[in-house]
Design a protein around this ligand. Sequence first.
Ligand code: NAP
Length: 278
Amino acid sequence: MLDTRKIGVIGAGHIGTAVIGGLLKAKLTSPKNIMASRRTSSNLDELAKSLTIHTTTENRKVAKVSDILILAVKPMNARDVLSEVKDLIQPSQLIISVMAGIKTSFINSFLGVQCPVIRSMPNTPVLVDAGATAISKGQYATDEHLKIAHTIFKSVGSVEVVPENLLDAVTGLSGSGPAYIYMVIEAMTDGGVKMGIPRQIAFRLAAQTVFGSAKLVIETGKHPAILKDEVTTPGGTAIAAVHELETHGLRTMLINAVSTATIRSKELSKIIENNESL
Ligand SMILES: NC(=O)c1ccc[n+]([C@@H]2O[C@H](COP(=O)([O-])OP(=O)(O)OC[C@H]3O[C@@H](n4cnc5c(N)ncnc54)[C@H](OP(=O)(O)O)[C@@H]3O)[C@@H](O)[C@H]2O)c1
């Protein structure tokens, strides 16, 4: 699908590099079709060496050659980068943004070009090809553009298509979600250590338990409540622990965490759009 289309990545940091890696691993394109930029040339040299792609510190070079332009700088750098490449962007170029909180309408109006824009919200597990990414199309993007973005993010995990107004909620759920799960892994590890398990063993057991449980949910498609019921033997250990978690409102806490992060995402989006400081 991507054929020989030139793919540019402005802001080849964690997410940008993970996407490039995914594209190459999935053989969706070849290194010669990819050009990436960032400001630090030593990091670019490493990238050029490890992935054999074209690299440059000049964002304008990337914008000029790309059929598909992935914007992966931090949201606070968005205005600078968009201003820098503004006069080069053509209506035929597909822009895929991973920048949190930046609306497709903002990108179109800032550039002053009616080019197709796809906005995405990945999460850090894209670094290990297990990301959860949601994508939305802007006003000038078609289903074909959505398909291209879907193919790109599918190379680093799963992809959901949602209307753009849900991306703040996605940020609160899967975008920020890894932080909640890391806290769970850390706390379960501490629980194991408290009960006498050496830390490294407890840590591996906790992490694998989260990984395996998620895999079981995904692969069986069973409702998590059913899977929970399957591990709670009457009068047993798991139900005793579930009671403890319910007493302290685990589920309410997580629901509140997602909604609080969603509200914060909306606030940040306004701050960025109005060019205010945090
Ligand atoms: N991390 C997450 O969990 C996550 C989840 C969803 C979405 N996102 C979004 O993904 C984007 C990237 O996040 P990240 O975690 O990959 O951050 P990151 O690792 O800091 O990557 C951002 C990159 O942008 C480069 N950069 C900064 N200013 C630039 C400029 N003017 N021109 C060219 N490159 C520039 C930086 O490199 P130099 O300093 O060398 O220029 C850096 O490599 C953000 O917009 C974030 O909102 C992140």
